[in-house]
Design a protein around this ligand. Structure first.
Ligand code: NAD
Ligand code: AHE
Ligand code: ZN
Length: 371
């Protein structure tokens, strides 16, 4: 079938809207009509050419919501008409990782997903007869896409697509990193480095679990007001500490010894180090969420770990998509979490590049494209 997509032809070039061809679902696969998709910083990162796994041409987008239109042979749990959220971290419930209960990083289809292909090693998308890569197994920058059944969370039918699409990445990543990965406890002191679409959801998660003090760190002063609305108690702008400003020393002094938990939500290895080193001696946990560019590495003095700080990371908030995403949709529908305040802009697909421009300028928190 013909579908409308924003195509990433090559790194660093704006997306181009055009008609591409999409084959129907094969065994275990599902055709989904995407109703809305968020723009995540990771899409921008891959388009920039910084992603070691970035492949072109591709149809990016991984933060969507839509409706099942057709199912392939052998699909057991979904039927046409079901409302779904695509999962870049699937949940097969059969692989060693799913069965371990120690991780959400299902391995069932990770190798083909990283090559921009469906599990049988082929692409369903083509343009002028040439295959186009899928992206993170989702490709939500197209009004129809095909995914394996294990990469779809079935959600309640009354949830608005233009809001719950954000649960497909940012909301779950931020709240999940607090609840599932770091398991922050009530009364904790939490530091959130980067107050964008992810960091604000970390704040929301920290508030939910009853953190006592939530310190937000961002170089964009415009982020202070919205972060306070979500529960931030203190704001630090590293630029205001001066050119030789000691962010780590400042945070340790502010907290009388360091933070119980820190979350890096930018993708900057220098900030990752500062987040680790501002965690409390003896017990502080620092969680890397931000995705760093190709070739970048983190470093610290081993003494930082010897003296009891722990450096951890979180992908998709540690959430098991088919199990946890429907619950997070319920939290939104019950008014327990706020998504609406974070969706600052809505666009049509034709204007998707404007969304990335606003992200680069720090003007938007989440932009949603509604089809
Ligand atoms: P965003 O662009 O919405 O927000 C980034 C924020 O960081 C902005 O507010 C910006 O002002 C701030 N910032 C930039 N440089 C800074 C610095 N030196 N110090 C302090 N603040 C700084 O991005 P986002 O969508 O929130 O994504 C954040 C990061 O998380 C990206 O690297 C993205 O790829 C990654 N991510 C990871 C996962 C995961 O599963 N691990 C999921 C989604 C996104
Ligand atoms: N492909 C990159 C890494 C990208 C990355 O870390 N992706 C996160 C999700 S970001 C969503 O916005 C993730 O879940 N990673 C786990 C996985 O299995 O991909 C690289 O460095 O190669
Ligand atoms: Zn994302």
């Amino acid at each position: 079938m013909d579908v409308t997509a924003a195509i990433a032809f090559e790194a660093g070039r704006p997306l181009e809207i055009d008609t591409v061809q999409l084959e129907g679902p094969r065994d275990g696969e599902v055709l989904v009509e995407i109703m809305a998709t968020g723009l995540c910083h990771t899409d921008k990162y891959t388009l920039s050419g910084q992603d070691p796994e970035g492949l072109f041409p591709a149809i990016l987008g991984h933060e969507g919501a839509g409706i099942v239109r057709e199912v392939g042979a052998g699909v057991k749990h979904l039927k046409p008409g079901d409302h779904v959220i695509p999962l870049y971290t699937p949940e097969c419930r059969e692989c060693p990782s799913c069965l371990s209960r120690k991780t959400n990083l299902c391995t069932a289809i990770r190798s083909t997903q990283g090559k921009g292909l469906m599990p049988d090693g082929t692409s369903r998308f083509s343009y002028k007869g040439q295959p186009i890569h899928h992206y993170m197994g989702c490709s939500t920058f197209a009004n129809f896409t095909v995914l394996p059944e294990i990469a779809l969370a079935k959600i309640r039918p009354d949830a608005p697509f233009d809001k719950v699409c954000y649960i497909g990445c940012g909301v779950t990543t931020g709240i999940g990193a607090v609840l599932f990965t770091a398991q922050v406890e009530a009364g904790a002191t939490v530091g959130v480095f980067g107050l964008g679409g992810i960091g604000l959801n970390v704040i929301q998660g920290a508030k939910m679990v009853g953190a006592n003090r939530i310190i937000g760190i961002d170089i964009n002063p415009e982020r202070e007001a919205i972060a306070r609305q979500f529960g931030m108690t203190d704001f630090v702008n590293p630029k205001e500490l001066g050119p030789n400003g000691d962010l780590v020393g400042h945070l340790i002094e502010m907290t009388g010894g360091g933070l119980d938990y820190t979350f890096e939500c930018v993708g900057n290895p220098t900030l990752m180090r500062q987040a680790l080193e501002s965690a409390h001696r003896g017990w502080g946990v620092s969680c890397v969420i931000g995705v760093a560019g190709a070739g970048q590495e983190i470093s610290t003095r081993p003494f930082q770990l010897v003296t009891g700080r722990r450096w951890i990371g979180s992908a998709f908030g540690g959430a098991r998509g088919r199990t946890d995403v429907p619950k997070i949709v319920d939290w939104y529908m019950e008014g327990r979490i706020d998504i609406d305040s974070l969706i600052t802009h809505k666009l049509k697909l034709a204007d998707i590049n404007l969304g990335f421009d606003m992200m680069s300028r720090g003007e938007s928190i989440r932009t949603v494209v509604e089809y």
